[in-house]
Design a protein around this ligand. Structure first.
Ligand code: MN
Length: 480
């Protein structure tokens, strides 16, 4: 279980009694941080440089510690924080809060002022963070305020995602689709920046694993499919073949400790069907998936699912437009995650024009309405760029009875044409992770922790402002 450490800044100047109160108040703040996705533990009221250095060393090497939260109840001179903070290898949140919500009329005197002085002490603390060019998240406001706790929660999710990323293994069955540019990328850079271990397994190994799958294993998975999905086909053998593929893929992922995988319709040697239902149900279980060898989208999807367990996200592809309705139709040849489904998905079997294999079983459904983000991780040359566009998903305005795949429809921000222009200008791929959960703050925190570029396209973005921002970031990253 991940934990977050709470460290309060102070000093000896105010005497023992004040320090006792500082510690007691800090513990009350920590107890009051309820409803966060991960627990916070009070660790220390720091009074010396040695104490700070010690606690940072412990945090760096503690497996469970996913980040530290600091707050200065009193003034805590920041030169004593320098040696500790320059060693820090875990994410840092500076919580600029104050124990008391209001200023009391009768009670206030100079003792009170010297105790409740984070307005003063936290500015000293903020300065040293800025002076060190430290990667930190700053959250300001009363600690009991749900909006403040919401920001701490999103930072915690970003930290959990960062930690998951650093251990992420991605299994590639076959290579990227031939000649495609955007699904390529520097895997060494991805491992340096994100920690991802991206390696290839031959499809023949997967076929061997498929041959080991027993009828009993397939029976058990078919029961699970029956609970979750409606069978809109009599072709049970085809569905069972997908179950065989799913069991074999998962066996390899489990053996390798991997949480994401890719495949490609161009390399299905020895397989009768492109995995459709198999890939969809694996995404539903929390694995990241990328089609056509798209390991960057597979990895991002696994991270988003780790940040928001049980959430609503899918591998997605921008497919076709309706200019009159100003909507994008998203789908894939098969592999859309049923976690975004409105209603119960149907298992159907249809021919697939691509890949030269037997008609595969797949889940067909409509995507949910709601606000979401389309995420695309690209290798822009010299750095990784995560593009995040706000989109508004709606119920498809037509039935499309002859479209044999799961589909979703959305309008991009800031408006249809500008949203499309911004995406193209930024270099966003046709593949995305569509997430209904992730917030702009969590993405900002995550990319800051990992040291990769974030490009946000939201209500406030224009093609002109975006172009300028991208030119600026070329300069910024060139200096690194
Ligand atoms: Mn595709």
């Amino acid at each position: 279980m991940l934990k977050f450490w709470f460290i309060t800044g102070s000093q000896f100047l105010y005497g023992e009694e004040t320090l006792k109160t500082v510690e007691a108040d800090s513990k009350k703040i920590v107890e009051g941080l309820k409803g966060l996705p991960f627990p916070v533990e009070y660790k220390l009221t720091a009074k010396t440089a040695g104490e700070i250095e010690d606690i940072v060393r412990q945090a760096n090497f503690d497996e469970e510690c996913a980040g530290i939260i600091t707050f200065c109840h009193t003034f805590s001179p920041s030169k004593m924080w320098i040696n500790g903070l320059t060693l820090l290898q875990k994410p840092w949140l500076h919580l600029h809060t104050q124990f008391n919500e209001s200023i009391p009329n009768e009670e206030i005197d100079m003792d009170y002022m010297n105790l409740h002085q984070s307005a003063h002490g936290d500015r000293e603390h903020g300065f040293i963070g800025a002076r060190l060019r430290a990667k930190r998240t700053v959250v300001a406001g009363y600690w009991g305020d749900p909006a403040v706790q919401g920001k701490i929660a999103e930072w915690q999710r970003a930290c959990a995602g960062a930690r998951f990323s650093k251990k992420l293994k991605i299994v590639r069955f076959g290579d990227n689709m031939r000649e495609v540019a955007v699904t390529e990328g520097d895997k060494v850079e991805a491992q340096i920046m994100l920690g991802w271990q991206v390696n290839t397994w031959p499809v023949g190994d997967l076929v061997n694993e498929m041959n080991k799958v027993t009828d009993e294993q397939i029976d058990a998975l078919m029961e699970e499919y029956k609970k979750l999905y409606d069978f809109a086909t009599d072709d049970i053998e085809t569905v069972r073949y997908q179950a065989r593929e799913e069991i074999a893929i998962e066996a390899i992922l489990l053996k390798e400790g991997a949480h994401a995988f890719t495949n490609t319709f161009q390399d299905l040697h020895g397989m009768k069907q492109l995995p459709g239902l198999a890939a969809q149900h694996l995404m539903h279980k929390g694995y990241g998936f990328g089609a056509e060898g798209d390991w960057k989208t597979a990895g991002m999807e696994a991270i988003i699912k780790a940040m928001y367990p049980g959430g609503t996200s899918s591998f997605m592809e921008d497919y076709t437009y309706d200019y009159k309705q100003q909507m994008i139709l998203g789908a894939h040849m098969l592999e859309v995650d049923p976690s975004i489904a409105e209603g119960k998905p149907r298992i159907e079997v249809h021919p697939l024009g691509i890949g030269d294999r037997e008609p595969p079983a797949r889940l067909v459904f409509e995507g949910k309405a709601g606000k979401a983000k389309a995420l695309s991780l690209i290798d822009i040359g010299g750095r990784l760029r995560l593009i995040a566009q706000d989109v508004n998903c709606e119920k498809p305005f037509i039935d499309m009875p002859n479209l044999p795949v799961a589909r979703a429809m959305w309008r991009p921000e800031p408006n249809f044409y500008d949203g499309l222009e911004c995406w193209i200008i930024a270099g966003g791929a046709h593949h995305t992770v569509l997430s209904y959960d992730v917030t702009a703050q969590a993405l900002r925190d995550f990319t800051r922790i990992m040291g990769i570029e974030l490009v946000v396209i939201d209500k406030a973005t224009t093609p002109v402002s975006l172009e300028r921002e991208l030119m600026m970031s070329d300069v910024i990253y060139a200096r690194r």
